[in-house]
Write a protein that binds this ligand. Structure first.
Ligand code: DGL
Length: 269
């Protein structure tokens, strides 16, 4: 039965776990199959062609595991590959950018929104487009933060080096009086405390993960795909490199046991 099938979620690394956490909180009856492309991270500095190739391989891998829907828990892949790949598959796919843009547009009071994200996401202009589709009056300022993903992957969530980088990356945005800051990379909610410490309490931080989990719920309901089975299977985690390191990290983030974590040669898909 399709409704008992798992949900596929992927990112370049551990960042997508911030979305998994929200899905587990909001839709606890679902089983997740996660893929983190740790061997090929970061995605943020790569070309659209490369991200499309990676996304297609991961989608083939997840479809092979029998998933009923795929969540692209990566802003970069959502920006560069989602629309194209979505049209090629026969199951629903959703990303994190559209839900994040909606919250940001609903949150701002002074009409000035900052986006911190990877180079690829900022270059795509996708947040500006979605936000201005909702409200053309809003000013959107993007800032690429290429060093934050490696710092998160190294576990330096609260470290003077990370604080200094956040300070440098957000300086210009703070000078132009934004009232809302979108954490436009799924790795960044893991830096929430550090980012809050730098930008202060006056700025609303938007984490698209919450709204993404809500959108996923709508997709499941709309397609009659909710898992109403009382028997639950274990979530499964796959990475393209470093399964043990990933497992240790995942255990610190997720509200569940991380039992099965395996390495996969994703180039074979
Ligand atoms: N976590 C991803 C994102 O949301 C990708 C980060 C990267 O690999 O550069 O954009």
């Amino acid at each position: 039965m399709a409704s008992k099938a798992p949900i596929g979620v992927f990112d370049s690394g551990v960042g997508g776990l911030t979305v998994v956490k929200e899905i587990m909180n909001q839709i606890p009856g679902e089983t997740i199959i996660y893929f983190g492309d740790t061997a090929r991270l970061p995605y943020g500095s790569k070309s659209q062609e490369t991200i499309l190739t990676y996304t297609r391989q991961i989608v083939r891998f997840l479809k092979g595991k029998g998933v009923k829907v795929i969540v692209v828990a990566c802003n970069t892949a959502s920006a560069m590959a989602l629309e194209t790949v979505k049209a090629e598959v026969d199951i629903p796919m959703l990303g994190v950018v559209k839900p994040g843009a909606k919250v940001a547009a609903d949150t701002t009071k002074n009409g000035r929104i900052g986006i911190i994200a990877t180079e690829g996401t900022i270059r795509s202009g996708i947040y500006n487009n979605y936000i201005n589709d909702i409200n053309p009056q809003v000013q959107v300022y993007g800032k690429p933060c290429p060093l934050l993903v490696p710092l998160v992957e190294e576990g330096l969530l609260e470290d003077p080096v990370t604080t200094e980088m956040v300070r440098r990356y957000t300086k210009d945005l703070l000078e132009i009086d934004i009232d809302t800051l979108v954490l436009g990379c799924t790795h960044y909610p893991l830096l929430r405390k550090t980012i809050r410490g730098v930008v202060g309490d006056g700025i609303k931080l938007v984490n698209p993960a919450y709204e993404t989990a809500r959108s996923l719920k709508e997709v499941l309901v709309g397609n009659h795909l909710e898992n109403d089975s009382a028997v639950k299977s274990n979530h499964r985690f796959y990475v393209s490199d470093g399964a043990d390191k990933f497992k240790k990290f995942a255990k610190t983030i997720l509200p569940c046991e991380v039992i099965e974590t395996k390495d996969v040669n994703i180039e074979n898909y």
